[in-house]
Design a protein around this ligand. Structure first.
Ligand code: G4P
Length: 293
């Protein structure tokens, strides 16, 4: 599959225009769009123009990596997306959880009218055609692999689809465009970019590692203090700065350099790696009720 690594994609205006055109062309071929986002950052991991890009198509929002997210927050987000008129589901492409609900949910919600229309006109067996869109690293390739499963036998090219684009047959005769729409992230929104860097979705050189870890520790101390205490066996004081928290972690982990100073860089790498790997527990970085979305 194409390389969707953020570090290798430069989102120049020309590339964004090309992406817009490609999405528009592909949309004509499908009945519905699966917009995949990261359940830990459901707002920050959306493309800033997603609503206008796919406004005319029935949509299911898939909150992926729900194994790493706070389940109460995920439920709140699912309600939020459903209230906005999309279907929404929590999925975990790593284990496959929720994947078998994607097509049935589409058919019973946003595609209900189309399915009924087809039934009335005797087209009951017509496939539902779906495409996947999302910013890099949210799990688009993993989702396509999960949906297609062992049935990943390619079907024929269709008119209007460039030669590299193929369809895969899913269960019940449904079809998936075997190439995700790779959308650009919210790089102009600094707080969104920082949340994406926390999860490792964008290259973390937008900030130096220690600053990033300090910001994450402050967020965790405020929102998930028990997770920090459990993982690092540290006390948290309400006046603790990010640096103090980082030093507490480094000290507990014995990350001391010669002269007795705490190696805050090693501590920062540890905190970020452990957060990304889910070792601090199930954590969501933003809620639908947060003011700044
Ligand atoms: P993309 O096509 O949107 O760019 O994303 P991709 O499927 O490549 O997934 C990006 C990373 O996220 C991969 O990890 C993938 O394993 C992981 N991932 C996808 N879905 C889930 C999920 O539901 N839960 C968890 N915990 N992780 C998920 P990687 O480290 O880049 O690769 P690898 O560890 O799979 O080798």
């Amino acid at each position: 599959m194409e390389n969707t690594d953020m570090k290798t994609i430069q989102w120049f205006p020309g590339h964004m225009a090309k992406t817009r055109r490609a999405i528009a062309a592909n949309l004509k071929l499908v009945d519905a769009v699966a917009e995949i986002i990261d359940a830990r950052t459901p707002m920050s991991s959306r493309n800033p123009e997603i609503d206008s890009l796919v406004s005319k198509k029935p949509r299911i929002v898939l909150l992926n990596k729900c194994d790493l997210a706070d389940s109460n927050a995920t439920s709140a987000w699912i309600n939020y997306f459903r209230n906005s008129g999309a279907a929404a589901l929590a999925v975990d492409c790593k284990s496959g959880k929720g994947i078998n609900k994607v097509i049935p949910t589409l058919k019973s919600t946003v595609l209900k009218d189309l399915i009924e229309k087809r039934q009335r006109s005797g087209m009951t067996g017509a496939p539902v055609r779906l495409m996947v869109v999302g910013i890099p690293n949210v799990g688009k390739s993993s989702l396509i692999n999960r949906l297609a499963g062992s049935k990943r036998a390619k079907v024929e090219d269709r008119p209007g689809v460039t030669r590299t684009k193929q369809w895969v047959k899913l269960q019940d005769n449904n079809e998936l465009l075997d190439m995700p729409g790779v959308l650009w992230p919210k790089f102009e929104d600094q707080s969104a970019a920082i949340r994406l860097a926390f999860t490792g979705a964008v290259s973390d050189d937008i900030l130096d590692t220690e600053t990033l870890a300090m910001k994450l520790l402050l967020f965790l101390a405020e929102n998930y203090p028990q997770s920090l205490k459990d993982r690092y066996k540290i006390d948290i004081d309400s006046n603790d700065t990010g640096l103090i928290l980082l030093e507490k972690v480094g000290k507990k982990r014995g990350m001391i350099v010669s002269g007795g100073e705490i190696n805050t860089e090693r501590a920062a790498i540890t905190v970020l790696d452990e957060f990304r790997g889910g070792k601090l527990g199930k954590i969501t970085l933003e809620l639908p009720t947060d003011k700044e979305q």
